[in-house]
Design a protein around this ligand. Structure first.
Ligand SMILES: Cc1cc2nc3c(=O)[nH]c(=O)nc-3n(C[C@H](O)[C@H](O)[C@H](O)COP(=O)(O)OP(=O)(O)OC[C@H]3O[C@@H](n4cnc5c(N)ncnc54)[C@H](O)[C@@H]3O)c2cc1C
Length: 350
């Protein structure tokens, strides 16, 4: 199989990139690993509906499929759970996504825009005279003039190219889903001595509960889940049924590739850089920078040598701003100033 652009990975970044490139006339193959099923990450902050519409076309954020969030609640820097109501927000409500549905709809939009959907998993990549010779797990081969890494934290292309990735923390998430019994329509967050919790209602009467900490502070792994939940002030009430749940451990570190693009390749979304889930920026950054990367590929293949310059600079600016925001949130939490989790984040970058 031959194409101009192989987009590896069909999450939000990959689907947005495929639409941008196919809509500009490139022959695009969007590689989707059908075994990908569970995604942590479900909240879109207020004001992001326009971005989703611009990348995928109108109608993806549909109230029949996803929930509108009416606010957030946080016990952060104080024992009280303080509500911020989106009603007073000029940008409107946020969204709480059914991620499997959102990703499937985004892939369908990419196919409608002209991208060829291909199920498979990238296993190998070798430079060829006019681009890349790509091998899938089942030994199928693809010849592509350009490859865009949208494989999420796996960064399957960038890692194979050996570009190097720098992490600023070793955060992990313990994530469980459960039946929802709390009426509040928004994300609730609670800081604790060695990390923080969040819980969010999901479409279909479900709820996600996650505990984030540094890998070295987890000690007993998932075994301490119920004990840690019981020690919270608010999470045990909002998502108490999760005490009996079996959480899974997900990587949640903040990290970035040292190089975001090179001759005939680039990375976008989590493959390029990951943000602290506290920022709720991952999905929108993946969509925005994925779509812009897809457009830049068209220019690069037409011979424009500076096609990725502004994009890469904006990506690094976003990385710096989000790191500043992380330090700001750590400074707000003064109850456990000397606890390693908080001290590390206050000191980050200084
Ligand atoms: C605990 C936690 C909570 C989060 N909460 C939020 C939140 O509330 N809001 C928010 O905006 N963000 C959140 N995020 C981040 C968000 O989920 C990601 O930033 C977002 O999913 C990135 O999209 P992506 O398209 O870059 O990657 P992904 O969504 O990871 O998609 C990558 C795709 O590539 C596939 N793939 C991997 N390797 C290969 C391969 N070799 N070949 C082919 N395909 C491959 C994967 O299976 C997957 O389908 C959270 C993250 C974590 C860890």
């Amino acid at each position: 199989m031959r194409c101009d652009l192989l987009v590896a990975g069909a999450g939000p970044a990959g689907a947005a990139a495929a639409i941008a490139a196919a809509g500009r006339g490139l022959r695009v193959v969007l590689l989707h690993d059908p075994r990908a099923t569970a995604w942590p990450g479900e909240s879109l902050p207020p004001g992001m509906a326009g971005l989703v519409d611009a990348a995928f076309g109108p109608g993806l954020l549909d109230e029949d499929r996803h929930l509108v969030a009416y606010g957030t609640r946080a016990a952060w820097g104080s024992d009280d759970l303080v509500e911020t109501d989106f009603l007073a927000n000029p940008l409107g409500g946020g969204w709480l996504l059914d991620r499997a549905r959102f990703n499937a709809d985004a892939r369908a939009r990419a196919a409608a825009a002209g991208a060829t959907m291909l199920e498979g998993r990238l296993e190998g990549i070798a430079a060829a005279s006019d681009g890349w010779d790509i091998t899938l797990r089942d030994s199928r081969r693809i010849a592509a003039r350009f490859i865009l890494d949208a494989t999420g934290r796996a960064a399957a292309v960038a890692r194979r190219l050996g570009t190097g990735r720098e992490a600023s923390d070793r955060q992990v998430a313990l994530v469980a889903t459960l039946d929802d019994a709390d009426p509040y329509r928004g994300t609730s967050v609670e800081a604790v001595a060695d990390g923080w919790w969040y819980t969010t209602p999901l479409p279909g009467g479900r709820r996600v509960l996650a505990f984030l900490t540094d890998a070295g502070l987890l000690g007993d792994g998932t075994a301490g889940w119920a004990r840690r939940l019981e020690a919270t002030l608010h999470m045990r009430r909002i998502a108490g049924a999760a005490a009996g749940a079996a959480p899974r451990i997900c990587p949640a570190e903040t990290a970035a590739e040292r190089t975001l693009h090179g001759p005939r390749w680039c990375a976008a979304g989590d493959a390029a850089m990951t943000f602290d889930p506290l920022s709720s920026q991952g999905i929108t950054a993946a969509i925005l920078m994925g779509a812009r990367a897809g457009a830049a590929v068209v220019e690069a293949l037409a011979g424009e040598t500076s096609a990725f310059d502004d994009w890469a600079e904006d990506y690094r600016t976003l990385q710096g701003e989000t790191a500043d925001l992380g330090r700001h949130y750590a400074l707000l939490e003064a109850r456990w100033r000397d606890a390693p989790f908080w001290a590390r984040r206050r000191m980050a970058g200084s």
